[in-house]
Design a protein. Structure first.
Length: 575
């Protein structure tokens, strides 16, 4: 009879999950014990009896065994191609525990040059000051070319920092790139020199391009393979969506071209072949780490992007702008001076702070007027204030109902900026795993008070700001479990003490930054991000009761099942 729909008329479920915790992460953080999936969407959520009513003879029933089913993780800031390119065998692994000192790096380079013909480049990734014992012990000790030269006289060596905001090279690399005593970088950070004016082998921010341009770039096939490797890793971690934050002409030489224009084409190829096993939102990158407003506008106006065949799987959402650097380089633009002096600066072209601020505002205004979402890399509090002021001015000049601009990183987000972000419906994307990695060493640069405050999750949420979380991989490994643990504990990695306890947040709040609110950043909260009936079945399962797990132990939970749109992309043998 028309209008009389019965359960028998509903197609049977493809998947049913029973006997565990189901965290829907809906507005009420509803907890159920079973869930059904039909044709790639959530068909039912409730107790075992309610959900099993949707099962049929071909339904697969998954016993959660007391584990936890939650929405697929949405890493809201992850460089997918770069992460793949920085993993062995495509790059030397310079991350802990592979290396813990300058001596370890030198040893890795010595071994690598034995396998590479003379004159060819040796490339590595992952060092940072906090992971090198000599530098952690003495904040004035930086790696230099002289550390590398004795073991690599015939090979140019380029070692990317974990942050992507500094590069360590040897003398052969400087010579190959033509960088010498009188070379200056394109940004205020520039080429680090010693007391005699000679380059030390450390290049920061936009000055990195001077050497990056000399390194042969991987082929598009290599970049495609790198993305494919990243997707496999993410599936094992329960990550079903991520933001690829910056692909375009401004990234053609950044991170060996991992942020270049052709990477978007590689993503399209994977989508066409049915191999894009995560949902990817892309920000365009018209210009790099040091740019003028004129260059940004010219390049952005020349970019023409055709929508993908499946916007729910691959979509261009907006543009990225670099506004300043990072605290460990003392290039974040700060209101108060760093320990030892200096305030950093904007990395936008201009001779004065006023000119640079005006240029940044023009970039934001132009992208906003073009109808694009704008994500701005901003870490220093003075920089963040300038960015948020520019967001508000752009919105006032040309009102748009739902622009969803956001601050990327937002390390030292101020109260005034939180207020403006909340009033205008803008957001901030924070990085808890970076907090975990650098919490101890940051005190040497900004002092204990500011280091404890950095990434103020509690204050931002209380102010009504939409907060999302991302790993910034390859800066850190894309492990949301460590991120959740850090948000709940604010635990410093090395010291064992708790830093900034007043910024701790609860489990439900932490999960929302990786799910429901991350979907909001993607303009996708109507169809993904929570386990509610009618939404896509992007989900993951961990092998324990997340609600009952001590926050210290969350990183030890195993992800045993991951699905994207109901399609299984990872399954541990025991499930």
């Amino acid at each position: 009879m028309e209008g009389n729909t019965t359960l028998a008329a509903v197609p049977p479920a493809d998947l049913v999950f029973v006997d565990g915790r189901v965290l829907t992460v809906d507005a009420d953080f509803t907890v159920a014990s079973a869930l059904a999936v039909t044709d790639g969407v959530v068909a039912a959520v409730g107790d075992r009896a309610e959900v099993m009513a949707h099962a049929g003879p071909r339904t697969r029933v998954v016993d959660l065994r007391g584990g936890t089913l939650l929405p697929g993780i949405n890493d809201a800031h992850l460089h997918g191609c770069a992460f793949g390119l920085t993993r062995p065998p495509l790059s030397l692994d310079l991350t802990p525990p592979a290396v813990r000192s300058v001596a370890d790096v030198v040893r890795a380079v010595r071994e690598a040059v034995r396998e590479v013909p003379a004159g060819e480049w040796v490339v590595g990734h992952g060092w940072d000051l906090s992971s090198l014992a000599e530098c952690a012990a003495d904040p004035h000790r930086l790696p230099t070319r002289r550390d590398l030269d004795p073991v690599s006289p015939d090979h140019p060596v380029l070692l990317f920092s974990a942050s992507g905001h500094a590069t360590w090279v040897n003398s052969a690399a400087l010579a190959r790139a033509g960088v010498g005593r009188h070379t200056t970088g394109p940004s205020g950070a520039g080429v680090v020199t010693d007391g005699s004016g000679e380059p030390t082998g450390i290049l920061q921010e936009g000055a990195q391009d001077l050497v990056h341009r000399a390194v042969p770039l991987p082929s598009r096939q290599a970049k495609t393979d790198a993305i494919r490797a990243t997707l496999a890793t993410l599936a094992r971690l329960g990550v079903t969506s991520y933001t690829e934050p910056g692909l375009g002409p401004g990234g053609d030489v950044l991170m060996r071209g991992a942020l270049g224009q052709d990477v978007l084409t590689a993503y399209r190829d994977l989508l066409e072949r049915g191999e894009l096993t995560a949902r990817v939102g892309v920000l365009l990158l018209p210009s790099g780490m040091a740019s003028t407003a004129e260059e940004f506008v010219r390049v952005l106006d020349g970019l023409h992007v055709t929508p993908s065949a499946d916007p729910r799987r691959l979509a261009v959402l907006g543009v990225k702008i670099f506004a300043d650097g990072i605290p460990l380089n003392r290039t974040s633009w700060m209101h108060e001076p760093y320990v030892g002096g200096g305030h950093g600066a904007l990395c936008v072209g201009g001779h004065t702070d006023g000119e640079r601020t005006a240029g940044l505002a023009e970039m934001i205004r132009h992208a906003h007027a073009a109808g694009l979402q704008v994500g701005v890399h901003a870490t220093g509090d003075r920089c963040i204030d300038a960015v948020v002021d520019a967001f508000a001015a752009a919105a006032a000049g040309r009102p748009r109902p739902d622009a969803r601009h956001y601050v990327i990183h937002g390390d030292f987000l101020t109260a005034r900026s939180m207020k403006l972000l909340a009033e205008h419906g803008f957001g901030v994307n924070m990085n808890p795993t970076i907090k975990w990695a650098v919490a101890d060493i940051e005190e040497e640069f900004v002092g204990p008070r500011r280091a404890a405050y950095e990434w103020p999750y509690r204050d931002a949420l209380d102010a009504g700001v939409r907060v999302t979380s991302g790993s910034d991989a390859p800066v850190t490994f894309p492990d949301w479990r460590q991120g959740v643990s850090t948000m709940m504990l604010r635990k410093a990695r090395g010291s064992g003490r708790v830093s900034g306890a007043d910024q701790r947040i609860r489990l439900a709040e932490a999960l929302r930054t990786y799910t429901a609110d991350a979907a909001w950043q993607d303009f996708a909260e109507d169809w993904k991000g929570t386990l509610e009936v009618g939404k896509v079945a992007d989900l993951c399962v961990v092998d324990g009761d997340l609600l009952a797990t001590d926050p210290h132990d969350i990183p030890g939970l195993d992800v045993v099942f991951t699905a994207v749109g109901g399609e299984v992309v990872h399954e541990a043998p025991a499930v």
